[in-house]
Design a binder for this molecule. Sequence first.
Ligand code: UDX
Length: 427
Amino acid sequence: MADIAVIGAGYVGLTTGACLASLGHNVTIADIDEKKIQDLEAGKIPIFEPGLEELVSTAVSDNNLHFVVGARSASATAQFHFLCLPTPPKSDGTTDMQYFHAAIEEIREIIPPESIIVNKSTLPVGSASNIQNLLSRKDVEIVSNPEFLSEGNAVQDFLNPARIVVGAESDETATKVAALYSKIDTPIVLTDAASAELTKHTANAFLAMKLTFVNEIAALCELVGANITDVTKGIGLDPRIGSSYLQPGPGWGGSCFPKDSSSLVQTAKRVGFDFELLEKAIDRNQIHLERTAKKIMDELPDKNAHKDGKIAVLGLTFKAGTDDLRSSPSLAVIGYLLAEDVQVAGYDPMVFEAVEELEELDIASDSYQAALGADVLAILTEWEEFTDLDFGKIRDVMRQPVIVDARNLLRRRDMEDQGFRYIGIGQ
Ligand code: UDX
């Protein structure tokens, strides 16, 4: 079993650290945020991720998992240093590497000889090689071992992954990193660092493009009188296409797809390649978000008096099963609605406070309160609990019974039977 330092106790670092500890390794997770480390030591997990709290608590009581402030104390004795740091986008779409550079500066002189640095976060192609130069330690190799964790399913994704990708300059180093996962039964792709880095960006860009494509076909369905649910079922049964990631929505978002796809476009630009296809998929996603807002606005009774209109939004997080609001499609749509001066009340089972960037958005304590006096009820995140609402009660408290279901979560027939005008996506 290996001694592992995990630098960064964010969503990726905590999941990675806890899962590696559950595989039997001796893991120390470091963060610069003292309060976060204190909370973790007290058993408080700062993010909502199913299964993570239990995993952390078991690993801590097995003495396999420790928390410290500062990378140096974690890295001084470790054989592997997993960098799980933020990679925010800069205004031009490129990736801000400041956290990586700061961490390397901090640990470069103290990490033990022959130890291995593993980049877990999503980094642009060429980062491993740039960090290697910055490190200027011939005895320490940088490896790219990207995470493919989906929020709300991160622990499962880590312990039962579709694959593990390890990119290193030497086969020996790649094999050492792959061996950390020997208890996991899954295909392992051993490659060079640049290919591993590109694999991660390609996976996210491909999924984002797939979703843009589905949303385009959904728009087309509406114009030709076809139904997207049947169309995606019909194509999804073809194993060459596959049935997952075919659910249309208001547009895609989250902490990864928008930033990773823009970063790949910028990487391509840097090397003189015009990645028009991906750029268009990003632009079209923005159009789908606007289109969703327009669909909702079109249902307001008085087109000339938006101020008097009220819209209830169910779902604020970027998808169900998470409390994450980063680049949430729902918030983007609400932004368009608020810009039209309409009143918006939103409810989400995981959001309890005002949303910083949308001050005018009223946060309701439940779906019924949000729906009170509303002209339109818009479902923007696919929380299962919205299917169990008392729609008779919702209808009675609304000013007019109209539902715009941007996730196709509800059954049209049921809603029409309850007296609603029901507008889905691609139907
Ligand atoms: C994604 C990748 O799935 C993961 O492998 C990577 O490591 C990080 O980025 P995540 O950001 O958690 O994970 O979100 P994901 O579940 O992929 O959803 C992204 C967006 O696509 C959300 O806005 C979601 O609502 C939307 N989506 C997803 C759809 O609209 N339809 C679908 O069928 C699937």
